[in-house]
Structures are given as C-alpha cells and as structure tokens.
Ligand binder design. Structure first.
Ligand code: MLT
Length: 273
C-alpha cells in the first residue's frame, strides 16, 4: 500500500464530521502512527522509510485539522474524538479490524483514549514520549497562555516557543528545521482546538493497570516534556509493559533517533505478535 487516502468520519458528541488523511507505506498487518501536537504525519518520515515497513502497513495519520486533514470546525480537539477517528481508520483499512497503535505525546494521549474506547481494535500499543496523567493547574494555565500567543502572533510564535523544549542538546539542525516548518504550517484554528483538547483531557492513569494489549513505552533520555522518570512509572503501572530509554533523544525520539526507535519497535512487534 502506498500514497495517501481519506477516511470520512461522522459527527459525534465529541466533534464534527471530518476527513482523515492516511499516508500508508509497507505491507502486512496495519499499524497506525499518531503524531504529536502541533505536527502531522511527516514526523514519522524517517521511521517509515526503514525496516518497520517490512513488518507492517504503516499508516501515518494526519489527525483532524493537521497536515492534509482539513480543520473540521471543532472548538476543541478532544482525545476521545481523535480516538474515534483512529477507530474509523482502523475499521476501514485493517483486514482483521485491528491495529498496532503507536502514539507520540498528544498521539499517545489519543492512543490511550483509543485503548479505553476501542480495545477490540487494539493489537498492541506503543506509547512514545507521552504520559497518562492530565494537565496539572499550571499546565492548564500554560495552555491558555499558548492559545493567546497563537491567536495574537500566529503559528510561527508557537514554533519559536516550543522548539527549544522538543529536541535533545546538539540535535540535528535538519530535524529542527523540519519540526519548525511543520509547526509553523499548522493552522492557528487547529493549534487552538488542540490546546483546548490537551488542557481538558482526562487523566488515564487508572486505565494503565487494566490494559490487556502488549505495550511498549519509549522515551528519549533527554525528554524535557514527558521525562524518563514519568515514562518509567507509566510502564511499571501497565502489566507486562517494556520500557526503552532512547539515548541521545529528546521529546521527538522517532525523528531524532529513527534507527534506534525503529529497532525497538521492530523487536517489540516481533515478540508481541
Ligand atoms: C506533544 O508533543 O504532543 C505535546 O508536547 C503534548 C503536550 O504538550 O502535552
């Protein structure tokens, strides 16, 4: 399977009807790759070119309003709505109706919502540079401040504010440039809806001990946004979960250390079935 296609999803109490763009490469059982905030499918480019495509059909989604998926007009992008969009994609594309779900940061929050709402569609779960907890009061206030910045100054100002926190010290400048272009190219309406969804998302810590699917937790050793200690605690709370700490990576492990990331995911998939 190659190229991009669109999956239509109906309106629900969590959000409007939307078209979800799916960029698929590779062959075999379906794996969906869920990007972080405020990015799109291109953050998976390096890992989609490597060994993983020999094991799975790698479907990198553009979550609603991101990349080639149009903004649907939602006030907020609820994690539940993202999860239901992913379920519609899996139902449409997976021959057996299930997928390996890989989510980075906001994509990980959506992946946990997917695991809660659609467990029958989940073959395995990879939680990458992410957390289960909700925003604390200070983080919620920071979301409101970011909404004000995005609205007054645009997406480039969000890129300037975020970039220093996303990458490990000494990161490849081409990775930084690609990240900056992705963030600066994201519509402000999408950024604002994302920030409201992130601010108001549910705490899914209590879900962790109930997870049935094989789970991998990956975190960059220098991740300043979702730090290794928090990833370790999350992995410890999930029955049988494995933890991989990626040397030399910050918050964007699949972009910063794509070879090590792909090797960890390949080893996980090979043993998770
Ligand atoms: C992300 O990378 O998706 C964001 O940093 C998530 C967040 O801000 O909570």
């Amino acid at each position: 399977m190659s190229g991009a296609r669109f999956v239509d999803v109906p309106a629900s109490p969590h959000g409007r009807a939307a078209r979800i763009a799916v960029h698929a490469t590779g062959a075999g059982p379906l794996a969906v790759l869920l990007h972080g905030y405020p990015l799109d499918h291109r953050m998976w480019e390096a890992v989609r070119r490597g060994e993983l495509a020999q094991r799975r059909t790698l479907a990198a989604l553009d979550l609603r309003g991101h990349g080639s998926s149009p903004f649907a007009g939602d006030d907020a992008h609820a994690m539940e709505r993202f999860a239901d969009d992913v379920a519609a994609v899996v139902a449409t594309l997976a021959p057996d109706g299930r997928a390996d779900v890989v989510g980075l940061s906001m994509g990980g929050y959506a992946a946990l919502a997917f695991a809660e709402r659609h467990p029958q569609r989940l073959r395995s779960l990879a939680l990458v540079d992410t957390r289960a907890a909700a925003d604390a009061p200070a983080a919620r206030a920071a979301r409101d401040a970011a909404i004000a910045v995005a609205t007054a100054q645009g997406a480039a100002a969000i890129a300037d504010a975020m970039l220093p926190k996303l990458l490990a010290p000494g990161a490849d400048p081409t990775v930084a440039a690609a990240l900056r272009a992705m963030i600066a190219g994201t519509p402000v309406a999408t950024i604002v809806a994302d920030l409201r969804g992130l601010r108001d998302r549910a705490d899914r810590t209590a879900l962790l001990p109930t997870l049935q699917a094989p789970t991998l937790v990956v975190v960059g050793e220098h991740d300043a946004i979702t730090p290794p200690a928090e990833a370790a605690a999350m992995a410890a709370a999930i029955p049988g979960a494995r933890l991989v700490v990626a040397p030399g990576a910050g918050h964007m492990t699949p972009m910063e250390q794509p070879t090590a990331f792909a090797a960890a995911l390949a080893a996980f998939w090979d043993t998770a079935g």
